[in-house]
Design a protein around this ligand. Sequence first.
Ligand SMILES: *Cc1c(COP(=O)(O)O)cnc(C)c1O
Length: 478
Amino acid sequence: MDSPKAGEPGWWPEAEPFRIKVVETIRRTTRPEREKLIEEVGFNVFGLRSEAVYIDLLTDSGTSAMSDAQWAGLMVGDEAYAGSRSFYRLQEAVAGVMGFPLVIPTHQGRAAENVLFTTLVRPGDVVPNNMHFDTTRAHVEHRGGTALDLVTEDAYDPVADLPFKGNIDLDKLEKTLARRQEPTAGTAPAAGADLSIPFVLITVTCNSAGGQPVSMANLRAASEICRRHEVPLYLDAARFAENAFFIKLREPGYGNRAVREIAREMFSYVDGCTMSGKKDGLVNIGGFIALRDPEVYQRATVWAVLFEGFPTYGGLAGRDMEAMARGLEEVVDEDYLAYRVGHVAYLGRSLKEAGVPIIEPVGGHAVYLDALRFLPNLPREQYPAQALTVELYLEGGVRGVEIGTVLAGRDPATGENRFPRLEMVRLAIPRRVYTRQHLDVVAGTCRRVLERRGQLRGLAFTHEPPVLRHFTARFERL
Ligand SMILES: *Cc1c(COP(=O)(O)O)cnc(C)c1O
C-alpha cells in the first residue's frame, strides 16, 4: 500500500505541533462593507488595510508567528553596536544549521543581495539561476548585469506532476559556463567565449516557479559543473528547510535521513548563501549572507558597513538576530516541517476536491489558482487573475495576490501588455498562523466563486503606473 502523501488523510501529524499562547483578533467584514472597501482602493487588494482582511494570504514573508522561545529571545537579545552577544548566537546557529563559518547580518534578503552583488557583480556580467526572484533579478540588473533563468522546462508546465520542478537545467548550465571568457585552469579559453560569470545562484525552493523544490542530485551535479569551471555557486536560501523536507519526502535515499543533515548536505555543495529570514528564519524582519571564503567576506563587509551597518548588527537590533538564530534552529524541526508542508498541501487537496483548478504539484509555501482554467471566458486583456483576486476578497474576505498579466507589465519597446504563460492567483500561507479551519474557509470561498464564475466580470485600468504597476494600479469593473 502506498503511504499517504503530504496533506492526505493519515498524513502525520494529525494536528498542529504547537499550542496557541497569544492570539490576534481578526474581524470578518460583511459583504457590503467589502464592496465599498474594494471600490475605494480601485479593485487592487494591495490598497486594503490589513484590518479589512479576514484571512490574509498575500505573502508568507515576514508574516510568521514567532515561538515562545523566539519571543523570550527578544528579551535576551543584547543591544551592542560591536560584538553583540546576539550576533555570535546568530553565527553559531548559521554554522550549526548551514555549516558556514562567516555571517554578515542584513535587514532582509534583498539587502543581502545588495551587499553580495555589489561585491561580486560588475557591469556586463551574467548571473545564471534556476529562476531569479524579483528582487534578485532587480539587484543583478541594478549592477549592470544580466539575470539568466535556466530552470528546467518542467517548471513551466502547470500540470506536470513531477517531484522537483525547481531544478536547474544542467545541460543549459554546462553550455552557459563553457562560454566563460576567463579560461579555466589548465585549459585554453573556448573559441567564441563571450560571457563573464561571477557566480551561479540556485534558489531553494524556487519561489518564482511556485515554491517547487530542487533535488539533492541536481544541487550536487550543478556544484560539480561549477567547480569544474571554477565558478562559485551560491544558494538563495529563503526556503531551504522546506526544500530539505521535500528531499526527505521525495528523493530516493533520503527518506530516513534527518532534515538537519539533509540541509547540511545541500549547503555543503555551495560557497555561501543569501538568506531572507522573513521566510525560513521564522522572523518578521532579518536576513544575512553566509560565506566560507574570508576574502569575499572581507570585501563584502566594506559594503555591509555602507549599506546596512557594522557587520555585527547589519541593520538589525540584537534582539532581531537572537530571534532569527532561534528561528533557524526551529525551522529544521521535522514535526514543524511536516505540519508546514502538510498544511499547504491540505489546502491544495481541498481545492482540488472542490474542482478548483490549481497548479500541481503544490509547492512549499503557497497554492496557486490557475485563473485561465478558472475563468476560461474572460479574455486576458481583462485581467482574469486580478478579477479572481478581487472576487475572493468580496466573497470571503480572503486576500491573495495576482501573479499574471498585471504583474508582468508592458513590453518597454512596444508598450503592449506582456502575457505570461500562466495567469495565477497565489495564496501564500504564513507560517504557524492559520488553522485548518481557516484553510477550510479559504477553500469554501474559492468553491463558491467557482460556482458563479459565469457572472464574473473583467477589469480595466483607470490608473496605470509606468513601473511595478501591480502595487498601486487602480481598476474599474467592465
Ligand atoms: C523573499 C525573497 C527574497 C528577498 O527577501 P526579502 O527579505 O523580502 O528582502 C529573495 N529571494 C527569494 C527566493 C525570496 O523568496
